[in-house]
Ligand binder design. Structure first.
Ligand code: ADP
Length: 364
């Protein structure tokens, strides 16, 4: 295994900057997810790392050595794509073992590794079948097996599960995570699905419009989004956004004053606030000051129930409190957990509340 770095990596297609000076370090054995909306430059970044695309500028380093000029094979990274590409005329066994056979590995070693890989991926029963006789999920397992059998330096996956139905996708996510931990193989996984990223990643690198927005653990991204883009992209339901002005010990939320308990930090630059559904408590409307809203919809999601409320023409999603049943058409007053909300400045960047907000983290 190795430490891999992207240093100011850039890709231009004519006038289009697909990847804009991305710098990122892949730690040995970590599971890193590249996450962002379609067209933000994830695949291009991965393809440059794999050696399938030449950077316009910047460097890729493996253990401190620049590998830009090394072709895909000499980088020793294994790749799995969304489109499964197996050899249709070969059996599963032949497909999986093909990279070893191409490298002249001896028969006994091949058989040993095929067995081990098939066992890990739970495809031992399928070794003598041809790909045409497999389901989509089984085919993708075989593709993963073929990539991992040669024990690559890093494992690169580009939306490998996006064509599968949800149940299978969740199952394969779990298997991949377990396999990755067992093999301790450095992994980069591209997806536009933030839930998939949250499940799989040790760290997530969020991209937008070719630029890296934040690289952090799933928990830190969820709790301390570096900017409004990340705040809006991470979490389902999404965060609720408000205009905010913090001065003289009060916070005006969409122009309505609140007395926060105790707010630390230099918050003069705050212009906006984002609150997760669980950071807003709806209480029956009373005479107390605060934003008021009307419940439009009660939305059950498994054990959690959300209320979709209309607040002066703005739709918000808040959590149904355990102790108080609130129903459609009820009028509610909104209370905020100001210690957990996120504040942003006029540029849309996070304004820290306290020094403890962010541990081991990197913004941009
Ligand atoms: P993502 O993987 O995040 O969906 P891509 O890396 O595939 O995004 O693409 C980033 C941008 O670069 C997009 O605007 C895409 O249209 C453009 N792009 C990708 N490949 C090419 C290419 N070969 N020629 C021209 N433009 C490209």
């Amino acid at each position: 295994m190795a430490r891999t770095e992207l240093d100011e990596l850039r890709k231009e297609y004519g006038d289009l900057v697909a990847v804009n000076d991305v710098s990122l370090t892949l730690n040995d054995g970590e599971f890193l997810v590249l996450l962002g909306p379609s067209g933000c430059g994830k695949s291009t970044t991965l393809r440059m790392l794999a050696g399938l695309e030449d950077p316009t500028d910047g460097e890729i380093l493996v253990d401190g050595e620049v590998v830009n000029d090394r072709g895909p094979h000499r980088r020793d990274f294994a790749m799995v794509f969304q489109q499964i590409a197996l050899y249709p005329h070969m059996t599963v066994r032949e497909n999986i073992s093909s990279p070893l056979r191409a490298n002249g590995v001896d028969k006994d070693t091949i058989e040993d590794r095929v067995q081990r890989t098939a066992e890990m991926l739970d495809i031992g029963e399928l070794l003598d079948r041809k790909p045409g006789a497999l389901s989509g999920g089984q085919q993708q397992r075989v593709a993963i097996g073929r990539a991992l059998i040669r024990e690559p330096r890093a494992f690169l996956l580009d939306e490998p599960f996006s064509k599968l139905d949800q149940k299978l996708r969740i199952q394969l996510q779990k298997e991949l995570k377990r396999l990755q931990e067992e093999m301790d193989v450095t992994t980069v996984f591209v997806t536009h699905d933030q839930e998939e990223a949250m499940v799989l990643a040790d760290r997530i690198a969020v991209m937008d419009d070719g630029e890296l927005q934040q690289v952090d653990t799933p928990e830190q991204l969820y709790r301390f989004p570096a900017n409004e883009f990340v705040a809006d992209f991470i979490g389902n339901p999404t965060m609720n956004f408000f205009e905010a002005d913090v001065s003289h010990g009060t916070i005006a939320v969409d122009g309505v004053p609140y007395d926060p308990p105790e707010i630390n930090g230099h918050l003069e630059s705050v212009r906006r606030m984002a609150a997760r559904p669980e950071d807003i408590t709806p209480v029956p409307a009373d005479d107390a000051d605060g934003l008021v809203a009307t419940v439009e919809l009660v939305e059950m999601r498994g054990t959690t129930t959300y209320l979709i409320v209309d607040c002066d023409g703005k739709e918000l999603t808040v959590l149904q409190p355990d102790e108080q049943r609130i129903g459609e058409d009820d009028h509610v007053r909104l209370e905020f957990d100001f210690e957990n909300v996120s504040f942003f400045d006029g540029e849309g960047d996070l304004v820290r509340q306290t020094e403890h907000d962010r541990t081991e983290t990197s913004i941009r």
